[in-house]
Design a protein around this ligand. Structure first.
Ligand code: ADP
Ligand code: MG
Length: 203
């Protein structure tokens, strides 16, 4: 972010005011702020759901607001997202949830199965592949959410208010997993949260 200002229509005070932040490839960065501090706005600007009022946003070296509209889906595929409670589809198993982002990727069945198994293994969930979300713990659901976020091999994994609502040990385990994934996959990780406790122990 380079001097990014975002003012919503009809609002006097900007939601983000001259925000500059540099995240390097392979970094694990926490962005912490109380409610109303602009976390959601920040997220939407990275995904180009909103445009900044002024300033520049770069993802993987490209100024994203100069990209042609038709390339925006490609931009978004470079950014895997994980949300609180992981937003899994209830009627799909863990494996099917992970496969979901890959449905347009034109992979053979064998390649798809191989990729899903690899992701399940990376997040330690190979033994829960056929469970439905309701049959998983909160921590396990977040693991599946992380695997799904990585499905399209993104350059950046954006975790929004996740981990969240988990006990300290489970939170710790999820953060350890993210660190491991960062090291193994060289994916940049951005955790956006209002829970300072999530950050305090690790950052
Ligand atoms: P957070 O996610 O950290 O709670 P937001 O990015 O949602 O913060 O909001 C930042 C500021 O922008 C707040 O003051 C909020 O009221 C304002 N805001 C957010 N979305 C809109 C919108 N669509 N229209 C007007 N103001 C908004
Ligand atoms: Mg928010």
């Amino acid at each position: 972010f380079e001097k990014v200002v975002k003012t919503y229509p009809g609002q006097g005070r900007p939601a983000l005011d001259q925000v500059s932040v540099d995240v390097e490839k392979g970094e694990f960065v926490f962005l912490v702020g109380t409610s109303g501090s602009g976390k959601s706005t920040f997220l939407r600007l990275i995904l180009r759901e909103y445009r900044p009022t002024s300033g520049r946003v770069y993802v993987a070296g490209k100024e994203i607001n100069r990209l042609a509209t038709w390339t925006v889906p490609r931009l978004r595929r470079q950014i895997g997202t994980v949300f609180q409670s992981a937003n899994l589809l209830r009627r799909l198993t863990a494996a099917q949830n992970i496969a979901l982002p890959m449905r347009h990727a034109r992979l053979s069945d064998a390649e798809l199965r191989r990729r899903v198994a690899d992701l399940l293994e990376r997040v330690g969930m190979l033994h829960r592949a056929d469970r439905y979300p309701s049959q998983l713990s909160g921590g396990q659901r977040q693991r599946i959410g992380i695997a799904r976020g990585l499905a399209l091999r993104p350059a950046v994994l954006l975790s929004y208010e996740a981990p969240s609502g988990l006990d300290p040990d489970t939170t710790r385990a999820i953060l350890d997993l993210l660190t491991e994934l960062r090291d193994d996959l060289r994916v940049t990780i951005l955790v956006i949260t209002h829970e300072l406790d999530v950050v305090r122990s690790i950052a």
